[in-house]
Design a protein around this ligand. Structure first.
Ligand code: TXA
Ligand code: MG
Length: 332
């Protein structure tokens, strides 16, 4: 076990170059560096270094069959890693940098550790839009493999404190820059086959993507019975308390996570509202922090009010459904 990670905080709009260089050096030397993105905090390692990438799986307790997203700072860098097709070009032009991850065939000479592909012939690539993430990637001068910076199966981090709580003793450095503005992970679209397929709803909505790329197929929600479909494990994002969806009442040993007007939604020993005005952007930004806040030992379960399925609601409902999935299906 390592000693506690160093937390270095930068201003999101004007990150200190000396701190960025130190974080970049730690990464280049094979260390693990958590960094902010517009979606959630990532746990970064040099994607060309097998040992560093292996250390990500180790620190997270992540199953080796679950591949990693590789982060770069430009579309030209991306083209060195994956073979782009027409739809990929369209989506990259419209949404990169941003909360979109594309799964594409690997370039032969990408130099990326095969551990990132976890037994597939593909790579997931993304260009984050967060100013600190981009500055860190530029300083690192390396493609950065980064899953969300949490222990596998638990709730993704949207603040440096969340990262410290779950991985503080397992990583080298946390580059902190406050809360992540979007609050749910990137949308993952698989463009490696014949049919563009939405693997994970996220920060760029299905409606936005389909306006540019046409209709997307939806991945079947699969579980660990089908490990060939990476990352689609049912139980995930799980707090310690149970999670109960579409609730209109909460009991005396339950917390209540609300959305919109609270009229008629009664009970709960502790109540938090994702967005009193019913704004899905605000709800996404609050989701993981509020689930953590309600997840205390006195709470048997977290009752969650219904949330609409359009826009960011699709990603929010996906995370909540996984948080509520039966625990015997928890994937490491
Ligand atoms: O917003 C995000 O995407 C954040 C930030 C840090 O970039 N990252 C993130 O990574 O959420 P992670 O590892 O927690 O989730 C990545 C998802 C997983 O479901 C994984 O299975 C899937 O993307 N994935 C990664 N590489 C893939 C590949 N080659 N084929 C299919 N799915 C892949
Ligand atoms: Mg994750």
């Amino acid at each position: 076990m390592k000693k506690q990670a160093t937390l270095l905080t930068v201003e999101a709009s004007k990150p200190d170059p000396a701190i960025l260089s130190r974080a970049a050096l730690t990464l280049r030397e094979g260390g693990l560096v958590a960094f902010p993105t517009e979606t959630v905090y990532g746990l970064g390692a040099d994607a060309t270094n097998d040992r560093a990438v292996a250390a990500i799986y180790e620190a997270k307790g992540r199953p080796r069959f679950n591949p990693l997203i590789v982060h770069v700072d430009s579309v030209s860098a991306l083209q060195g890693l994956v073979v782009m097709n027409e739809v990929a070009h369209k989506l990259a032009t419209a949404f990169m940098p941003g909360a979109l991850t594309l799964v594409l065939p690997r370039q032969k000479e990408s130099g990326i550790s095969w551990l990132c592909s976890a037994g597939t012939e593909t790579l997931a690539v993304r260009i984050p839009s967060h100013a600190v993430a981009l500055a860190f990637l530029r300083a690192a001068e390396k493609p950065v493999a980064a899953p969300s910076a949490n222990r596998s199966g638990s709730i993704s981090p949207t603040t440096p404190l969340h990262v410290m709580e779950s991985l503080g003793e397992r990583i080298d450095l946390i580059l902190g820059a406050g809360r992540c503005p979007i609050g749910v992970e990137s949308t993952v679209v698989d463009l490696s086959g014949n049919t563009p397929t939405l693997l994970r709803p996220g920060g760029i909505t299905r409606e936005q993507l389909e306006a540019v790329a046409g209709p997307l197929a939806l991945a079947k929600a699969v579980n660990e019975d089908n490990p060939s479909a990476p990352g689609q494990m049912e139980s995930h994002y799980a707090p310690n308390a149970l999670v109960r969806l579409h609730a209109t009442l909460a009991g005396p040993d339950e917390a209540f996570l609300l959305f919109g007007p609270e009229l008629g939604l009664v009970g709960g020993v502790k109540r938090l509202n994702l967005s009193p005005t019913g704004d899905l952007h605000e709800a996404a930004a609050n989701l993981f922090a509020m689930l953590r806040e309600l997840d205390t030992p006195a709470i048997r379960s977290i009752a969650v009010a219904s949330i609409p399925m359009h826009g960011l609601g699709m990603a929010i409902n996906d995370r909540l459904r996984r948080a509520a999935a039966p625990r015997e299906k928890v994937a490491a």
